[in-house]
Design a protein around this ligand. Structure first.
Ligand SMILES: C[C@H](O)CC(=O)SCCNC(=O)CCNC(=O)[C@H](O)C(C)(C)COP(=O)(O)OP(=O)(O)OC[C@H]1O[C@@H](n2cnc3c(N)ncnc32)[C@H](O)[C@@H]1OP(=O)(O)O
Length: 732
């Protein structure tokens, strides 16, 4: 059945046709929208009562660009959806170029090549294909709060509607390259200064203003400009090429694993040498290539998965309304507590920070201040915002004000008796409606809160360190946690810029549970004879920000020791019993903070090889006795290292999915990318496992299991999922 019309055409008495894209929630450009846009544009050109056209979007949004949901399902579709529209043969639309360019590019050629002027009235946002439509218009007017950008690269694709050619012609190559390579949006004022927007007008008057502007072009008061034919903003050739060469050098550092930024730069460069029309032809050819690539599929998957985490059965179906969380008590001003407090106050949530004495309280407040100051020095926070945020922080040593808190987050050390005592005190002080949360990463929520009277308000709020920077928040529910408490925490997460993943109360929750083999298998490989620095290099090359040993140094090697007992109890012989941690502690090598870990640090964050490490490695290998059993590192390739470290993680991920610790596999993808730095261009751990092939993973694990032992034993969940060839990757 045909969907209801998504593009409206309204012709006013002033001779202006208003075209409105109405495709909630973000007026994305589906095949249907693009088809209807073309039809309506042609209709507007055919009608004698139309002199000019205004293009806009409904519901205070211009357009969020091509429909990512369709693109992720059928990548080729978005590039070919327009092929069924007859290419105009002249006359009606006028000077539409008779190039081989078709599909979506043709749509923009119809706008730009049309004989009647078109003006884009931009409010809300104009992103990706949305901005590309606007750039094909003969002028753009925007409301002051409008945001504009070409963020295609964040999805692993390049602009495909002429954006690589039109943006440089409107704002210059330098600005255009910056906007495309960073995927950042710019506000209307900046867009106006750069030349992307011709005029700014407040929203209520915007459409009328655009109508007048369009008529102004028709009656020659304003110029009738075709973006692709412009060159006034393009820098001299040598300068433009220099900008692109520099961008290429930067991309080699920031995007060394993927091709799409280099393809984008090549397409821009092609247009500079050969002109805009040739540029759009090349753009289309390369666009088809990128949209069908694995990184694009992975990044689009992550984009959608990040938005799907909010869909929690019985919570997000519209029956519950989130209660406002205005005041949050944070217990503990250490690294985690101060980070959590920072994350809250910068998003306008009042915090009562509780410490045991004045000295520790002051230290906690100082940490929060330092977090804020770092934002000010990086330019992401103004002095006024700094003062306002700090004004929301209230220190206490005696639970003062906690009776009116809507939520309390306990963030003290991982001590069960201490946490039990705190929850007992909170039960007596806080109101019945106050949600009681723990930031624990390894304690059982039921055990630490067993003294609390109303258990529906018990929840885990597991932030990742540094809590004011890392975007992931694991929301942990017990069997008693109410849907309302989850609903409230989901809303708070959104407010403070976190991406929440709802998980069951299980050892290690989702991220630490799935990633426990990361360090342990790395340690196993070292005991076989592989050098830690080689492992770090291989894992970095795979796309992780740092390798397991550098990460151990960063986190502090004592952190792993704290949770080791709990994990050993839970994971049994799936956990490699490494001696390395004990030996490192004995040698006083506890990590970056103390200047010595697997690497040496000479007063800076830069790691240097530590020759002293060899002695410890030797000792560890002797104790492990693998070599004595004839197991060595001989013949282990870099590919083996990647597979031996990550396949056990996929193995565990299957269990977490199968046991429903996460709601859906894509939640685990989001958690692995945001919590562990798993490369987004690989789509997250479950997506990656799926693309590598669960059957292949199973076979490899079976081989290693029989050769090396239980740490590689495939889980029954992997067997099950491999048999069904499914990782349950659906977003919904
Ligand atoms: C050919 C072209 O060159 C190729 C392209 O145009 S590629 C697309 C380029 N555009 C983008 O990358 C923009 C992506 N979208 C965004 O950045 C943000 O969604 C936004 C700034 C538009 C809105 O942000 P915000 O208000 O926070 O809403 P957000 O939660 O992100 O999204 C709301 C809903 O819109 C959906 N959505 C957003 N952009 C979409 C898009 N381009 N296509 C399809 N759905 C989209 C989201 O999936 C979400 O759906 P849900 O409610 O079912 O979960």
């Amino acid at each position: 059945m045909e969907d209801a019309s998504k593009v409206r055409l309204e012709v006013g008495g002033d001779g202006v046709a208003l075209l409105v894209i109405d495709n909630p929630p973000v007026n994305s450009l589906s095949a249907q929208v693009m088809g209807e846009l073309a039809e309506k544009f042609i209709e507007a050109h055919e009608r004698a009562d139309v002199q000019a056209i205004v293009l806009t979007g409904a519901n205070n949004k211009f357009s969020g660009g091509a429909d990512i949901k369709s693109m992720s399902k059928a990548p080729g579709l978005i590039y070919s959806c327009f092929l069924s529209i007859q290419q105009p043969t002249g006359g009606i639309v006028g000077a539409v170029r008779k190039t081989e360019v078709s599909g979506l590019v043709l749509m923009n050629d119809i706008i730009e090549g049309g004989s009647k002027p078109a003006v884009a009235a931009i409010h809300g946002f104009a992103l990706g294909g949305g901005l590309e439509l606007a750039m094909a218009c003969h002028a753009r007017v925007a409301s002051p709060d409008a945001r504009l950008g070409l963020p295609e690269l964040q999805l692993g694709i390049i602009p495909g509607l002429g954006g690589t050619q039109r943006l440089p012609r409107l704002v210059g190559v330098g600005k255009a390259v910056e906007m495309m390579m960073t995927s950042k949006m710019i506000k209307a004022k900046e867009a106006h200064e750069a030349g992307l927007v011709d005029a700014i007008c407040d929203y209520p008057q915007l459409i009328q203003f655009a109508r007048n502007y369009a008529k102004g072009i028709a009656n020659k008061t304003h110029p009738f400009l075709k973006t692709l034919e412009r060159s006034d903003k393009l820098e001299p050739l040598h300068k433009a090429l220099h900008i692109i060469a520099n961008a290429r050098l930067r991309a080699k550092k920031t995007h060394k694993h993927v091709e799409y930024p280099f393809i984008c730069l090549a397409v821009i460069e092609h247009g500079i040498h050969k002109g805009g029309i040739e540029g759009t032809i090349f753009e289309r050819k390369m666009g088809v290539q990128t949209v069908d690539s694995l990184p694009a599929k992975a990044l689009m998957h992550i984009f959608l998965a990040e938005r799907t985490v909010y869909k929690v059965p019985n919570v997000s179906d519209g029956r519950l309304e989130a209660r406002p969380v205005k005041t949050v008590g944070v217990i503990g001003g250490g690294l985690m507590g101060s980070g959590i407090a920072t994350a809250l106050i910068v998003h306008n949530v009042r915090v009562l920070l509780k410490e045991v004495d004045e000295e520790r309280l002051q230290a906690g407040i100082n940490r929060v201040q330092a977090n804020l100051k770092s934002r000010v020095s990086k330019g992401s926070m103004s002095q006024a915002e700094f003062q306002r945020a700090l004004g929301l922080l209230v220190g206490t040593v005696d639970y003062k004000g906690f009776e009116s808190a809507n939520l309390v987050i306990e963030a003290v050390i991982e001590s069960i008796p201490l946490k039990k005592k705190i929850f007992g005190e909170l039960d007596a002080i806080c109101s019945r409606d106050c949600i009681l949360a723990s930031n624990t990463s390894s304690c059982d929520l039921n055990e630490i809160t067993d003294g609390v009277s109303f258990r529906d308000r018990i929840i885990g709020a597991h932030f990742f360190s540094p809590a004011h920077v890392m975007r992931l928040l694991e929301i942990v529910r017990t069997d008693s946690t109410s849907h309302q408490s989850i609903c409230d925490l989901l809303a708070l997460s959104k407010k403070i810029g976190k991406v929440p993943v709802v998980v069951q109360n299980a050892v290690g929750f989702a991220v630490n549970r799935v990633f426990f083999p990361y360090h342990r298998i790395a340690a196993f490989l070292v005991d076989l004879g592989v050098h830690p620095y080689r492992i770090d290099a291989v894992i970095k090359d795979f796309g992780m920000p740092i390798g397991p040993f550098r990460l151990g140094d960063l986190a502090g090697l004592q952190i792993g020791a704290l949770v080791a007992d709990t994990f050993e109890k839970e994971f049994g012989d799936r956990l490699y019993p490494s001696y390395m941690g004990t030996l490192m502690a004995k040698a006083n090598r506890t990590g970056e903070a103390t200047g010595k870990g697997y690497y040496n640090y000479h007063g800076t964050r830069q790691e240097h090889p530590a020759p002293e490490l060899d002695e410890i490695l030797e000792e560890s290998r002797k104790l492990a006795g693998l070599n004595a059993r004839g197991l060595t590192a001989e013949g282990i390739t870099d590919k083996d290292i990647v597979e031996m470290i990550f396949f056990p993680i996929v193995n565990e991920a299957c269990r977490v999915i199968d046991e429903k610790i996460v709601i859906r596999a894509s939640d685990l993808d989001v958690a692995s990318v945001l919590g562990m730095g798993f490369p987004a261009f690989r789509g997250g751990i479950a997506f990656w496992g799926h693309t590598v092939g669960l059957h292949y993973i199973l076979v490899r694990l079976q081989q290693w299991h029989s050769h090396y032992g239980s740490i590689f034993r495939p889980t029954s969940s992997l067997h099950k999922l491999a048999a069904t060839k499914s990782m349950m990757l659906a977003h919904l």
